[in-house]
Design a protein around this ligand. Structure first.
Ligand code: FES
Length: 114
């Protein structure tokens, strides 16, 4: 069963094979300076989809939005700036308390850690 209640927020809460999601520990991460709740240990991309956030970066040349594509770390459609480091694949990077994530424009720029 997928929770699709508000704004197409996606989170699998009861998987037919894996069962009920019983992960309890929540952490706060910041996406474009906005705090959101995430489950400790989940990929950043999963936390974003659960909040209805689908755009991870904007392409350099065509200025087109990109988000989840392969979901296994093989493409670059999910890259974002994470703790000041550009081009981080968010589908294979796990959330940590207080993590700062930014939508990436083009190739991204290194930023000072906050
Ligand atoms: S969605 Fe392809 S690397 Fe993340």
């Amino acid at each position: 069963m997928i929770d699709r209640e508000r704004n197409k927020k996606l989170r699998v809460i009861n998987h037919p094979i894996l069962g009920k999601d019983e992960r309890k520990k929540k952490v706060i991460i910041y996406v474009d300076d906005k705090p959101i709740s995430a489950i400790q240990g989940e990929p950043i991309l999963a936390a974003l989809l659960a909040q209805g956030i689908r755009v991870n970066h904007i392409t350099k040349k065509m200025k087109e939005p990109r988000g989840l594509y392969c979901g296994i770390g093989r493409c670059t459609d999910c890259v974002m700036i994470v703790n000041g480091i550009p081009n981080v694949r968010t589908c294979v990077t796990f959330v940590e308390e207080g993590m700062r994530i930014e939508t990436q424009e083009g190739l991204g720029q290194w930023k000072n850690k906050k």
